[in-house]
Design a protein around this ligand. Structure first.
Ligand code: KG4
Ligand code: ZN
Length: 335
């Protein structure tokens, strides 16, 4: 089965072709980061309009790159939520129109299921069952995964998502959007141990997270440094390092707990924050210590992309699912 995947939930337009026998045929992405940067975050209306502009050229690009005639697919999958509703509607309308014209089924896919399954596109994909840590700009969740569509939520953030904490922390220190990669870059030059931030909710049992207090701790420290005329680049790096370490250690403690509680040996990380090198390193070491194994997607498939939607859609279409009439678009949607 050959499936076209369309991702437009936020600020990247992603399109890909996945074949259940041959694997990923082609994928293309346009990132709107430069468009939103001057506003310090994503402006929903600008995002929707730009998706309209980019989608058709990207569709043409992936068919050409795959050497597949336009429309030679067995289904069209699109992100139906969660995300910015206007942006979702652009992808959904395009997918439905294409599917109707080509006489094939369309299917709305959950964005976080896309992220969750992205490591399946790698050369050595994890086998089921596994524990997944989903860490994106909008979500932080620990999930037990027994198969496609067989997900059990083990824990989640009670306030900010991990990526959101990176973005907000970066913003309060005057760093550009998106903050995750900026913090990670600065942290490399940071002095270890100059600042220490809390590891929220690690002293209590359970698998939930809370990151909003960590952001406040950074704000207080940054303001004290500014008042002491010490708001230098080095201080920023030192804070970035301490912040990154606090997030990484918190996530590592909870993942370890989740592996122990479930008795599973395989850990999968997915979503934008799973591109973080320190996080990969820390979780890899922890999993090895439990005689387990860590899996993740290539960096381009950690953040938003069309390939993960094509893959997830293909699995569900193979299982016989398809959309009702109308475009599915849900700003909020539990997985
Ligand atoms: O999965 P994603 O592309 O979009 C959502 O579904 O939210 O995740 C984007 C998030 C942003 O918060 C961004 O700052 C964060 O992932 N991110 C990172 C890194 N790369 C992206 N956070 C930490 N370290 C990184 N290297
Ligand atoms: Zn995402």
């Amino acid at each position: 089965m050959r499936v076209l995947g369309i991702e437009t939930s936020c600020d990247e337009t992603g399109v890909a072709l996945y074949d259940s026998e041959r694997g990923l045929l082609a994928d293309a992405l346009f990132s709107q980061i430069d468009l939103h940067r001057i506003y310090g975050g994503v402006v929903p209306e600008l995002a929707s309009r730009d998706h309209v502009k980019r989608l058709i050229p990207l569709l043409r690009e992936v068919f050409a790159a795959a050497g597949v005639a336009e429309g030679e697919v067995d289904g069209v999958a699109y992100t139906a939520g969660p995300g910015l509703v206007g942006a979702l509607l652009v992808g959904g309308a395009c997918a439905k129109a294409m599917a109707f014209a080509w006489g094939v089924p369309a299917l709305g896919v959950h964005h976080m299921e896309g992220h969750l399954l992205a490591p399946m596109l790698e050369e050595q994909p994890p086998e089921f069952p596994f524990v997944a840590l989903l860490v994106s700009g909008g979500h932080t969740q620990l999930v037990r995964v027994d198969g496609i569509g067989r997900y059990q939520l083990l824990g989640e953030s009670l306030d900010d998502a991990a990526g959101e904490a990176f973005d907000k922390t970066a913003k309060l220190m005057g760093l550009p959007y998106p903050g995750g990669p900026e913090i990670a870059r600065l942290a490399q030059a940071g002095t270890p141990g100059r600042f220490v931030f809390p590891r929220p909710m690690t002293d209590r049992p359970g698998l939930d997270f809370s990151f909003s207090g960590l952001k406040t701790a950074v704000l207080n420290t940054w303001q004290q440094c500014q008042a002491a005329d010490d708001a230098s680049e080095q201080t920023r790096s030192d804070i970035a390092r301490a912040f990154e370490l606090a997030v990484v250690e918190t996530l590592t403690i909870k993942c370890r707990r989740a592996l122990k509680a479930t008795g599973l040996k395989r850990l999968v990380i997915a979503g934008g924050v799973s591109a973080n090198r320190e996080l990969r390193h820390s979780l890899g070491k922890m999993a090895a210590g439990l005689k387990g194994e860590l899996f993740y997607a290539r960096p381009a498939f950690c953040t938003d992309n069309g390939a993960m939607i094509a893959y997830a859609g293909c699995q569900r279409l193979l299982a016989g699912q398809q959309d009702q009439a109308g475009i599915q678009a849900r700003a909020r949607w539990p997985m």
